[in-house]
Ligand binder design. Structure first.
Ligand SMILES: Cc1ncc(COP(=O)(O)O)c(C=O)c1O
Length: 429
């Protein structure tokens, strides 16, 4: 790949085992810049959503048991199908709520400050909602988040070092919560190393897999994670408002879910409507109220496509796409100024690559529209003029480029890199 040219890139598309999947999606003109925000709609998602609507029309309330699969078991069924993506057992997974509410539910159960072990450990680059949840759970225990939320700083503002995270796991920490892939810089953390570090120090550990599920394979059971949360609307393409997934390691099935509700009840007896809570004895015990059947229906089709493609093949293509972009970055883009925030090593990359540049927003708009317009240059010039030399890069200066393997072609990576170069050269002229 040293001398990558357009012919070579076209050959990659021609040999791509996932090439047929792009036709399943409602694609857009330019490079879709939000596949790590909200994945595109695919025909399969449309079909399963339409089927569930029809079931409602046909069965009305009987749909809870008469539909196929029954709505009553739909959250367990859909989440259970994700088991091969994350290296879990089906009964360790359940669908429902949001990533944030699942995090609250898990923290309410597993964050039990006692004696000297009172702190909740997070990293400084965590998604803000996770930090808000962590701090509010600390406050709910009557503790001061300023004292008990231990935040590991980043050395450079966009990466985290595993050794720093592990060094912070001292005897004051009760629970650690880290992301799999940093939502801004795109770095993939070594979850096995972090889980081992936590276990060796008697600390419980949870992960937020929102930016990796469906694009990076995980082995939650093998690494011994205590719990994990993720959203299903990014690389799993479940659509806006799609419920999230909660993973509970089976060694915790005996624990009482801290936030109980009737859909977390032992399903054999849920409708006995007994006054005292009897948890389901699986991750299903962490459910609360009526599942959002209509919102989860698209996920049945969209994750089916991911499972059919195979997470190993998806990861291979994802690394090839980001690897190609990195080669073109070195050749065309780096000399023009943008800094690479994402680590270069394959085992430290997630599905997106992040560049730092004062005109990131204008570059992103140009990529999204697929064509360089005078207004992009005008905006870029304003952004360049507003950036103080020597200032630290902030979120506004991050150009996050996601390459969803199911609907991104190698040629689009080539075109994106060429377009960035063209715009940067025009700005220099
Ligand atoms: C890493 C991460 N965690 C949590 C969330 C919040 O998810 P939700 O809106 O489902 O609570 C997001 C949303 O994008 C996210 O990217």
């Amino acid at each position: 790949m040293e001398h990558t040219g357009i012919e070579h890139v076209k050959a990659l598309d021609a040999q791509d085992p996932l090439a047929g999947y792009t036709a399943h999606f409602y694609r857009r003109a330019g490079l879709y810049m939000e596949s790590n925000g909200l994945g595109l709609l695919c025909r399969e998602a449309e079909r399963t959503a339409a089927r569930v609507m029809q079931e409602w029309g046909t069965f009305a309330c009987d749909g809870w048991m008469a539909s196929d699969p029954p709505w009553f078991f739909y959250p367990e069924r859909l989440a259970g199908a994700q088991a091969p993506l994350v290296g879990a057992e089906p009964e360790e997974l359940v669908l429902g709520g949001t990533t944030t509410t699942n995090l609250h539910s898990a923290l309410a159960t597993f964050y039990t400050p006692q004696g000297r072990r009172t702190k909740l450990l997070i990293d400084a680059l965590n998604f803000p909602s996770d930090r808000y949840a962590a701090e509010s759970q600390i406050a709910l225990r009557g503790l001061d988040p300023g004292q008990h939320c231990k935040v590991v700083p980043s050395r450079d503002g966009w990466r985290m070092e595993e050794e720093d995270l592990i060094a912070a796991m001292d005897e004051t920490v009760a629970l650690a919560l880290f992301p799999s892939v940093l939502h801004e810089g795109g770095q993939l953390l070594d979850l096995a190393r972090l889980a081992e570090g936590a276990r060796a120090r008697g600390i419980l550990i949870g992960f937020d897999l929102s930016h990796s599920v469906g694009v990076v394979p995980h082995a939650l059971g093998a690494i011994g994670a205590d719990f994990a949360v993720w959203c299903n609307y990014k690389y799993l393409n479940g659509g806006p408002g799609c419920p999230a997934t909660l993973y509970i390691n089976r060694r915790h099935f005996g624990r009482r879910p801290a936030l109980a509700g009737w859909h977390g009840y032992n399903k054999n007896r849920q409708f006995s409507m007994l006054p005292h809570f009897e948890a389901a004895g699986t991750a299903g015990g962490w459910q609360h109220g009526s599942p959002h059947i209509l919102n989860m229906a698209p996920l049945e089709g969209s994750q089916g496509l991911v499972l059919q493609a195979g997470i190993g093949t998806i990861r291979e293509k994802s690394l090839a796409l980001t690897g190609l972009f990195l080669q073109l970055y070195d050749r065309w883009i780096a000399p023009l100024g943008p800094v690479l925030a994402t680590p270069r090593e394959a085992d430290r990359r997630g599905g997106h690559v992040t560049l730092l540049h004062p005109a990131a927003k204008a570059l992103g708009a140009m990529l999204e529209q697929g064509v360089l317009r005078p207004e992009h240059l005008e905006r870029a010039r304003e952004q360049l003029a507003a950036f103080e030399p020597g200032a630290r890069y902030a979120r506004a200066q991050m150009l996050r480029i996601p390459f969803a393997p199911l609907y991104t072609r190698y040629e689009e990576v080539w075109n994106a890199a060429a377009a960035i170069r063209e715009m940067l050269l025009a700005l220099e002229a």
